[in-house]
Design a protein around this ligand. Structure first.
Ligand code: SAM
Length: 306
């Protein structure tokens, strides 16, 4: 049950896609003063050491952040993402990589709330420890506390089951990130069911789901199933870095972010950034992206593909 450890994958191409989009979703929420809640149902450890035995085993970060680290002249959305990671690595050597909770902690404002769930005992402890260290660091500098100040709550529990109690949030503003391992094929159904229930409780929330593109049927049909959810609008973006091979050979080739109720700024930004990202991370002639959007009334609209 607990075989998945995100440390093996930290900073890979799938993390790049997920994390730069998460930053943009949070930045959009930051445009209004009213506080919001960021909910991470599957948080992982929060921060990863890229020179640890886990991360360096397959050096998956070489497919993602490793390729961007030394580049200049990045599109603004990628620049923001790389700057956040550079700020964690002031020596200039790429050593630490942020998980989604740490990214949210950096981008969200003092009055926003972070609610983080993680079920793996070791990663839940690491997550809590990492946020405690942030607090100690903040205290030493006389700046905002996070965990102790209740701005950030870390809970070791099932993120699917914990989500509903938080919806709707007090301010009626929230970003929910659902990022399960999908090693258990039930994660596809659990994600869709959690979204259906969440939309019933809080229809105007923004929900971002990361997913892998694999050969198993649940994966291939997943995006089409999410399109049937009763959200006013959705956006689906898929990044492929290399020619698809049978599962298990050559590692993950594609992943997607499916966003329910995306901000209107997301599609034009992705149209600019995705062609650049395909060039930067693409490994062979199979590298490409697809971007589609839809509404409940108009159905699917392919907006870009390359
Ligand atoms: N969101 C993280 C990030 O971007 O840095 C990565 C999360 S990783 C893909 C998935 C995590 O979900 C793993 O750490 C795993 O232990 C945890 N997990 C698996 N099932 C869970 C559940 N039902 N509730 C909460 N966490 C779960």
């Amino acid at each position: 049950m607990f075989s998945y450890r995100h440390a093996f994958h930290a900073g890979n191409h799938a993390d790049v896609l997920k994390h730069f989009i998460t930053i943009q979703l949070l930045q959009y929420l930051n445009q209004k003063e009213v506080a919001y809640t960021y909910i991470d149902t599957h948080s992982g450890a929060g921060v990863y050491e890229l020179d640890s035995a886990f991360a360096s085993k397959n050096a998956e970060y070489d497919t993602g952040i490793g390729r961007l680290w030394t580049l200049d002249d990045l599109p603004p959305a990628i620049q923001e993402y790389v700057d956040l990671i550079r700020a964690m690595n002031p020596s200039g050597k790429m050593r630490f990589y942020p998980g989604s909770p740490y990214i949210a902690e950096r981008v969200a404002r003092e009055h926003d709330r972070l609610r983080l769930f993680e079920m793996h005992p070791a990663d839940a402890k690491l997550l809590a420890d990492n946020f405690r260290k942030l607090d100690d660091h903040a205290a030493a500098q006389g700046i905002r506390p996070t965990v102790r100040g209740k701005r950030v709550l870390v809970t070791r529990s099932d993120g699917f089951a914990s989500l509903k109690a938080l919806l709707p949030p007090p301010s009626r503003r929230a970003l929910v990130l659902i990022d399960p391992p999908y090693e258990d094929k039930l994660d596809y159904k659990k994600t869709k069911d959690a979204l259906a229930e969440s939309l019933g409780r809080f229809p105007s929330g923004t929900y971002a789901v990361w997913y892998p593109l694999l050969q198993r049927m649940e994966s291939r049909q997943f995006a089409d199933k999410l399109k049937q959810l009763p959200a006013a609008q959705w956006l689906n973006v898929v990044l492929t870095i290399k020619q698809p091979m049978p599962d298990g050979i050559g590692g993950l080739h594609s992943s997607g972010m499916f966003i329910l109720n995306p901000p209107y700024t997301l599609e034009p930004m992705l149209k600019q950034v995705m062609p650049w990202l395909v060039k930067a991370l693409g490994e062979d002639a199979g590298a490409r992206f697809t971007l589609e959007t839809g509404t409940q009334t108009t159905g699917t609209r392919n907006s870009a593909e390359r």
